[in-house]
Design a protein around this ligand. Structure first.
Ligand code: PRX
Length: 659
């Protein structure tokens, strides 16, 4: 946290958008930005009404904009009806853009396949008709566990077309995590693939589904649809399992979109919170889509001729809003990439930008940092070796971008020509919240700058009082916005207590610490809870602790994040075994067992980097684990406080000794 504060104090560089960029931008100049903000503040009803009327196609027009009578359960455009897939696909075909390329898919091995909006619509309709034939539709839930593919997007769109609420699970989560989500959301249908291919390796997916369904409660699932990505051998349950190609075969290429209420849940996406169990973040159809589309247009300054590439996976919210929905509603041509940035070598991203003439590139700081490192090791894969002249805008998402990485990205990828939009948002916000507008906002490396028009963000203290410039506090959003989380699936109480604590008097609490500088710019300082960010993935410390404690050898566990130059944070686990603390080879062996256990229980992405053993955990006399001290130990720093109030100060020394 302290490094970000220092950054803000010393970071004086400002980068203004070029005249050329401003002259062609959708929102050009700060005057236009401010006018939009003022309009949204003065007359929110007409601001949102106009946007929703002009940018979405409604089956039944809405009359009401915001209903705040049951706060914090806000509803937007509640008496209107629409279909999300119609707004993402049919509208473009009807507007004469059917032949425009919707998706350029590049497989792990470099094979490229493109699909037009017209053909994508036909594919979505066939899949939707197939799902309908299986007997599912509005009111049902489907779990999607698919690799990055045209199929993944088509399946999401097909669900949207039918009003079937989907919940996408990232392929890096294990069978246990998949099972938890299947049961929580009550899915009757799972759509998966035989395997996924990443970095030249095949990773089975169907086998994880089989395992998940074998656990208690997994039998709620009636059908498993399998996309044959690799054609690899999978176990088959007759009557339950069916191939995607079979349900599509012979289906009509038209499928009437089902009009749903604006508040109908388009999807539930699980994310880590401060307790062990992931939260099912429920999103709407109308308000969500409106904001996903508007932000794609405004923040990416999207134009019809752009080639847009968001490198996220559809298993995360970024892939929902800026691959599957917002960018589709905006009618963009976009890249969908199956693989990883370092295969076959660390020049993959730059080579793809060159090959496909990408003009807007949106990625995570962790990817940038790992590519900086790789290009230092092997200059052959340095971005300057590639023709990146097609780029006109860069974006960053998921974690703070340190100014050095920002500068490297700006100079070496963007050729000191492309603005960088550092977009702060969350699974819960549905779309961008704090971000530069590339044709307006002067940029400061490391700051996500200012709120979008219509967003009332602030930094407050624990009683909800706004803090002056330079003071760190809680990041809040004071007024509702259309794409906000509607509830935690099946747990209204958790929704209220997690995001609208009574001390803050009804403001949305993001769970991040932030501060503003004298220009009003926001600087994100990190999470207020134990949520970790590892390679841009949001993981719950408590969730990993629960998994560790579930192992028969473990008595207690505490998990903290240690700053890491490449992955943002690295997971460090402090463990008290039921037996006394091991050392040497035995410690290494048990650590490996526990690492694999976490991979099994949560997913390979949650494996602790470092596991330390002690005969107890440092606790206050009232029994609270001192995570702050463990963080210092994890970083190898000196303990800067008197530890005499600890129940067992000696254990800190034990944890400091790495076996
Ligand atoms: O801590 C913030 C960080 O990521 C969290 C949200 O994670 P998730 O719901 O997985 O969504 C990530 C993609 C939108 C936030 O609470 N975060 C996200 N973007 C930024 C960020 N931190 C700093 N700067 C950002 N641009």
């Amino acid at each position: 946290m302290s490094s970000t504060i220092n950054t803000m104090l010393i970071e004086k560089r400002v980068f203004n958008p070029s005249k050329e960029f401003v002259s062609r931008a959708r929102i050009s100049g700060m005057d236009q930005y401010r006018a939009m903000c003022e309009e949204a503040e003065r007359n929110p009803d007409s601001f949102w009404r106009t946007l929703a009327q002009e940018n979405l196609q409604w089956r039944k027009p809405f009359t009401k904009v915001l209903n705040d009578s049951n706060a914090p359960f806000y509803t937007w455009f509640e008496d209107g009806e629409l279909n999300v897939s119609e707004n993402c696909l049919d509208v473009h075909v009807k507007n004469g853009n059917g032949d425009k390329t919707a998706i350029i898919f590049e497989a792990d091995d470099g094979t490229v396949q493109s699909i037009t909006y017209r053909d994508l619509l036909a594919r979505v309709c066939r899949i939707a008709n197939g799902i309908k034939t299986l007997g599912y539709g509005k009111g049902d839930r489907a779990i999607i566990y698919l690799p990055m593919s045209i199929e993944a997007i088509a399946v999401m769109q097909a669900c949207a077309r039918l009003g079937l609420t989907h919940s996408v699970v990232f392929g890096g989560f294990s069978a246990r995590s998949l099972h938890q989500r299947i049961v929580d959301v009550g899915a009757k249908l799972v759509i998966t693939a035989d395997a996924q291919v990443r970095g030249g390796r095949q990773i089975p997916l169907k086998a994880a589904v089989d395992e998940a369904l074998s656990y208690e409660g997994g039998d709620v699932v009636e059908k498993v649809v399998v996309y044959e990505r690799t054609g690899s051998q999978v176990d088959w349950v007759e009557g339950r399992d069916v191939r995607l190609s079979e349900i599509e075969a012979g289906q009509a290429e038209e499928c009437e979109p089902v009009a749903v209420e604006a508040e109908h849940p388009l999807f539930v996406l699980y994310t880590s919170g401060s307790t062990g169990k992931p939260k099912g973040v429920q999103h709407s159809s109308g308000g969500y889509l409106l904001w996903a589309k508007m932000t794609a247009l405004w923040v990416f300054d999207a134009k019809p001729e752009d080639i847009f590439w968001c490198t996220a996976d559809v298993g995360w919210v970024t892939g929902h809003s800026y691959i599957a929905y917002g960018s589709m509603a905006a009618g963009l041509t976009q890249i969908v990439f199956e693989g990883i940035p370092t295969y076959p070598n660390a020049g993959r991203f730059w080579e793809m930008v060159q090959r496909h003439k990408v003009s807007i590139f949106y990625t995570a700081p962790t990817a940038i940092r790992s590519l900086i490192k790789a290009s230092e090791l092997n200059p052959e894969h340095h971005p300057r070796r590639y023709d990146l002249s097609s780029l006109r805008l860069l974006g960053s998402v998921g974690e703070p971008i340190n100014p050095e990485a920002w500068m490297w990205y700006y100079e070496n990828v963007g050729g000191s020509r492309c603005p960088i939009v550092d977009t702060w948002w969350q699974t819960e916000t549905g779309g961008h919240i704090l971000t530069p507008l590339p044709g307006a906002t002067p940029l400061k490396p490391g700051s996500c700058t200012l709120p979008l028009p219509g967003i009332d963000a602030a930094v407050v203290d624990e009683s909800g009082k706004e803090l002056p410039a330079g003071a760190g506090g809680l990041l809040v959003i004071r007024r509702p916005w259309p794409a906000m989380i509607r509830t935690v699936w099946g747990d209204e109480n958790r929704f209220r207590t997690s995001y609208f604590p009574s001390e803050l008097g009804g403001m949305y609490m993001a769970g991040d610490n932030a501060q503003r500088d004298e220009d009003g710019y926001f600087w994100i300082l990190g999470r207020t809870d134990d949520v970790l960010s590892v390679s841009g993935h949001r993981l719950g410390g408590t969730e990993i602790e629960s998994a560790l404690v579930a192992h028969e050898l473990v008595a207690e566990a505490a998990v903290v994040g240690r700053p890491d130059a490449t992955t943002g944070e690295a997971i460090v686990a402090f463990i008290m075994l039921k037996q006394s603390a091991p050392d040497g080879e035995e410690a290494q062996k048990i650590a490996e067992t526990l690492r694999n256990w976490v991979a099994r229980e949560v997913g390979p992405i949650a494996k602790p980097r470092d596991i330390r053993f002690g005969n107890s955990l440092p606790k206050t006399r009232s029994g609270k684990i001192m995570r702050r001290l463990l963080r210092l130990v994890a970083e190898g720093r000196d303990i800067d406080q008197d530890t005499s109030t600890l129940e067992n100060p000696d254990v800190l020394k034990q944890f400091s000794d790495v076996y």
